[in-house]
Design a protein around this ligand. Structure first.
Ligand code: ATP
Length: 362
């Protein structure tokens, strides 16, 4: 395989007319690193991917450096970049081998080179025995692997994947994403993958770039993004965290009526509060909260953080409970199992260990 290269995005930004799609940022994607661009619809992920591919021109003053070379104005076809789109559009009346070899044929490679490369690529994606089959006679997951083999056949320096698994149904998507993760890791190719699915980001990326509204909130390992979210947005988006309003003053955090000393909060996250007084957003993940049902008339003290059970859903390995706080906020709590007493209309005491609270100035 080609030696992997780094990607540097310097002072990168993008406008469409008066609409700012990417706010200026600097970001380096290490050689051989699998970077996932994660964020909600419309946050600018695809635009950034298309800029790297050369399908979109960034704003004046932006610079794209690949493997130490300025590529900002190099046309797309000269960038040696493999691209796999959401709808990976295989050529329908061609065989698997013809699809995979297409880019090499266009480039004018010899028959022998094409044959050899196609065989290698099909071995890589485990489709050797489908070589002569028409692509229409393949399953969704198999087609996806053909598309990957086609993107890799030109020996790209960089592989860009835009929602590569979105065309697959949920069941097969899980399987294919594991396979894709293994292939990318084995190849050691510099890859940039767009997704809005957090699980997919965790499985596919060794680095996750969390974006919102054209702004990069955090670029870090999946574990860092999970444990030390850089902003309230990241804390809320990753892990489906609950958010409640709170206040912070003189080392005390107050939320849902009760107070917690800030030195008990998750390390590092509270640090951003050092010089802050006033409103904060308090985040916690559904699985770190617990509920204890209360008898009639019991639990009137504010520190009880009394909530009302609204709804329960059996999710297989946990029960998802929706509760309403006295402040009207709806919160999700995942319980390993819910006893009889946790039923719609019941009152319960909500507990979250302070070390699981993620707090940001609000
Ligand atoms: N050609 C264009 N002209 C004007 N605005 C555009 C153009 N292309 C994209 N946009 C806008 O830029 C923003 C970012 O779009 P982009 O496709 O990069 O988002 P995304 O994060 O990939 O979203 P999705 O997950 O829905 O594909 C969106 O608000 C979109 O409407």
């Amino acid at each position: 395989m080609t030696e992997s290269v780094s990607i540097e995005l310097k002072n990168m930004s993008k406008h469409y007319g008066s609409t700012r799609v990417l706010s200026p940022f600097n970001l380096t994607l290490e050689a051989g690193c699998r970077t996932v661009l994660l964020g909600p619809s419309g946050c600018g992920k695809t635009t950034l991917l298309r800029i790297i591919a050369g399908l979109e021109t960034p704003d004046e003053g932006s610079q794209l450096v690949v493997g130490g070379k300025d590529m900002t104005h190099v046309p797309a076809e000269k960038r040696r970049i493999g691209f796999m789109f959401q709808q990976y559009a295989l050529f329908p009346h061609m065989t698997v081998a013809e699809n995979v070899g297409y880019g090499l044929k266009v480039r004018g490679e010899s028959k022998a080179v094409i044959e050899k490369t196609v065989d290698e690529m099909l071995a890589l994606v485990n489709l050797e025995k489908f070589k002569r089959r028409n692509v229409l006679a393949l399953s969704g997951g198999q087609r996806q692997r053909v598309a990957l083999a086609r993107a890799l056949a030109i020996r790209p320096k960089i592989l860009l994947l835009d929602e590569p698994l979105s065309a697959l149904d949920a069941q097969i998507r899980h399987k294919v994403r594991e396979e894709l993760a293994v292939i990318l890791r084995e190849l050691g190719i510099t890859a940039v993958i767009v997704t809005h699915d957090q699980d997919e980001a965790m499985v596919l990326g060794d680095r996750i770039v969390v974006m919102e509204g054209g702004v990069i909130h955090q670029a870090a390992t999946p574990e860092e993004v999970w444990r030390r979210p850089a902003s309230g947005f990241v804390a809320g988006f990753v892990g489906g965290s609950n958010r409640v309003r709170g206040t912070y003053q003189s080392g005390m955090l107050s939320w849902l009526g009760a107070s917690t000393p800030a030195n008990a909060l998750a390390h590092g996250i509270a640090a951003g509060l050092a010089n802050h007084t006033g409103a904060v957003d308090v985040y916690f993940r559904p699985e770190v909260a617990s509920l204890e049902a209360l008898e009639e008339g019991e639990g009137v003290a504010l520190e009880d953080r009394i909530v009302k059970v609204k709804d329960l859903h059996f999710m297989g390995n946990f029960v998802r409970v929706t509760v309403e706080a006295a402040t009207g906020e709806l919160l999700k709590v995942n319980l390993a199992s819910a006893g009889e007493a946790i039923r719609p209309g019941a009152r319960a005491r909500l507990t979250v260990e302070s070390s699981h609270l993620m707090v940001f100035p609000g």
